[in-house]
Write a protein that binds this ligand. Sequence first.
Ligand SMILES: [Zn+2]
Ligand SMILES: [Zn+2]
Length: 317
Amino acid sequence: MKIVPISVPTPFYVGPVNVYLIAEEPLTLIDTGPKTKEATEALREGLRRARVRVSDLRRIVLTHAHEDHCGLAKQLRDEAKDAEVLVHGWETGHRVGRLEYDEHRALLERAGVPAGEIAEMRRMYEGVRRYADALEDHEHAELVDEEEIKFEKGALRVVHTPGHTPGSCSFLREADRTVIAGDCVLKRITPNPVLSPDPVDPARRFRSLAEYLVSLARLRSLHPTLVYGGHGEAVEDYEELFNRYLRAINERQTEVVRLIPKTGATAWDIALELFPGAGDVHRFLATSEAVAHLDLAHSEGRLAVELNNGREVYRKP
Ligand SMILES: [Zn+2]
Ligand SMILES: [Zn+2]
């Protein structure tokens, strides 16, 4: 079973996204790229080089439902005459192209984000979601942890690796322990644990960083020899990356705890301290980062939290 990486441009800060063609029957694409003319052209060119037509695709598997990864899924599915689209069920709280506004607004309010900023984040998101077509419920099926995606020769095992998003999945080719990991593993950047409602109880927030640490350890237990990420080059030394990520996460934990003043602070206050220059969409990601670290520090007893006028205020115990 051959894995063919195809680099597809995105209009986002992160740069090009990696799409992977599994050149084996049934022909399968892992991720798609965003819905732009440039991405469509690059993807078609990549497939052409592998002697595959869009209409030959039988399956589209999504590592997660961010626009740069899932944007073209519907278009490709339609062109490939109802190729099967597979995405983890927990990705639907954050549904393919349909972020749940009310739930997100509640999470942002609790994080202390001012109303004007929330409105601005929503406007930004409206701009981002143009890059993906939503899929109807009957147009996709669920990826299930540990299930095998079978090919004529070989299989990929689904490894649910929540953290970056609740439904993020990785795919393991057992024969040589190659992993396709989406945005769970990126060679040059530490993935952002994006603020999301808990898929099981949307009134709560997903414990993204704690889940992410478990996912990183789970991937480590597979002893991967090569990890294909959602952006950038493949990772040959997962052990080095794992240790580097852990160090970065620990350093940020220490910094976040240190930044909490005697009078207490919200996640929004900490986001502004951590990323003073962050503008537009980065303010949402900065808030996500602060919330994720505050949650982890709180769960480890390093910080106390109380609700004050609907906002969570953290203090050193
Ligand atoms: Zn992503
Ligand atoms: Zn991505």
